[in-house]
Design a protein around this ligand. Structure first.
Ligand SMILES: Cc1cc2nc3c(=O)[nH]c(=O)nc-3n(C[C@H](O)[C@H](O)[C@H](O)COP(=O)(O)OP(=O)(O)OC[C@H]3O[C@@H](n4cnc5c(N)ncnc54)[C@H](O)[C@@H]3O)c2cc1C
Length: 376
């Protein structure tokens, strides 16, 4: 039996995949409504379609975006036309769709159940003010986000470092291109929901004091008239991936695993965590299926491709944190070369292990940035 704590995208997706494999799955969510509150921009690379069947009728797809502009402090930018578009999802509908898939496959979903810790032989939840105890399952997965209670209760530590994410929706006429500003805070973006609505956001290191001021300055530069265009705030936190972090523990016969933000499985360059969480869930699903049959299996080996990918993002992030404005100007200028743009267009951000060598081969001037990597 498998219990999953947290019905965000990581928990909902794993519950679906495990129920499809014939596991008895229980999914616990602390909120009464799946998908709320929203703290996400919801832009996903086409790597999403390696995990979810592509279908025209998917209710959560709000927009598709084929063009990106990556800006430098000088105002210059690299225009990139994606070979396959990114999608912008409605996170509430997305999370609900995943949980519905899990339920249709036979998973039991318990809303309003907040995991609080372990009793001697139980998992302890709080439901509408009263304590609920359920028997410990053979497998427990903590997909309960960056502040994971499962991680803390299981001795798997806390998220060591994170970014504060500030984001708001604005009415904004736009040309349906996503804009990235990697030099504003740790990373900033404008993502179109439609031709008339955009999500404007940024990440800053946890110790930043004037987050509010930095965000509203950036947003007003983008939006202009804030009064008439502001719709709603959607802030949240994003864990910083810590390579080598322990994500599994054996608690007297109950095997515990962390998944998604709870495990810090997030691209450190952009803060995107949904596609990596799905890749991790697929690896974990196979691992658990082997375990159930008592066949040998190695989770580390199953996760190795994803972990190398996340390690590279983390390494780039450390290098990016050292950039001065002039370095960003130089990098953007180098990437504006048509051969570099062709590489950026052909491989998405969830496949950095393929993208980076291709970029450097097509634009050898990028090798000058190796010194930042070497020092990171
Ligand atoms: C401002 C912002 C913008 C972002 N934009 C993007 C983006 O464009 N693309 C992208 O890929 N990623 C983005 N991210 C990151 C993305 O939101 C996360 O990586 C993703 O939500 C992780 O999914 P998850 O299921 O692991 O965790 P979560 O989405 O945090 O879900 C965890 C679930 O567990 C529940 N829970 C928590 N504690 C308990 C408990 N004790 N008991 C029961 N339930 C519990 C929560 O209510 C929640 O439903 C963004 C993040 C922020 C903050």
């Amino acid at each position: 039996m498998l219990s999953i704590v947290g019905a965000g995208p990581a928990g909902g997706y794993l519950a679906w995949k495990m129920a499809e494999r014939g596991f008895e799955v229980e999914l616990y969510e602390e909120h009464g409504e799946i998908g709320r509150p929203v703290a996400c921009t919801g832009i996903l690379t086409p790597s999403l379609w390696r995990h979810i069947p592509k279908d025209d009728g998917l209710p959560f797809v709000l927009n598709t975006v084929s063009e990106a502009r990556i800006y430098a402090p000088s105002g210059e930018h690299v225009p990139v036309r994606f070979k396959e578009p990114d999608v912008v999802v409605d996170r509430e509908l997305f999370d609900r769709w995943l949980v519905r898939k899990a339920e249709d496959a036979g998973c039991d979903v318990y809303r309003d159940h907040r995991f609080e810790g372990y009793g001697e032989h139980s998992l302890d939840f709080r439901n509408m003010g009263r304590q609920v105890r359920v028997s410990r399952p053979r497998f427990l997965v903590g997909a309960d986000g960056p502040g994971s209670t499962v991680a803390k209760a299981s001795g798997l530590g806390e998220t060591a470092d994170f970014w504060i994410g500030a984001q708001a929706r604005f009415r904004l006429h736009n040309d349906n291109a996503v804009r990235f500003y990697p030099f504003v805070g740790s990373f900033a973006w404008v993502v179109p929901e439609s031709r008339h609505m955009a999500r404007v956001g940024l990440l800053v290191p946890r110790e930043t004091r004037n987050v509010h001021q930095i965000f509203w300055q950036f947003a007003s530069d983008i939006v202009g008239d804030m009064e008439g265009s502001f719709v709603e705030n959607q802030p949240g936190i994003v864990p910083r991936h810590a390579p080598g972090r322990r994500i599994a523990a054996d608690l007297h016969g109950m095997e515990v695993f962390l998944l998604g933000d709870a495990a810090g499985q997030v691209k450190a360059t952009t803060g995107g965590g949904i596609v990596p969480a799905f890749a991790a869930a697929d690896a974990l699903a196979s691992h658990l299926a082997y375990k159930r049959l008592n066949r040998p299996t190695d989770l580390r080996a199953r996760m190795s491709r994803l972990n190398r990918e996340l390690w590279l993002h983390a390494r780039l992030r450390t290098a990016m944190d050292r950039f001065k404005p002039a370095d960003w100007d130089k990098l953007v200028r180098a990437c504006a070369h048509p051969r570099a743009r062709a590489a950026l267009a052909s491989v998405d951000r969830d496949r950095l292990l393929s993208l980076l060598p291709r970029l450097v081969l097509r634009q050898p001037r990028l090798l000058t940035f190796i010194r930042f990597l070497a020092r990171s």
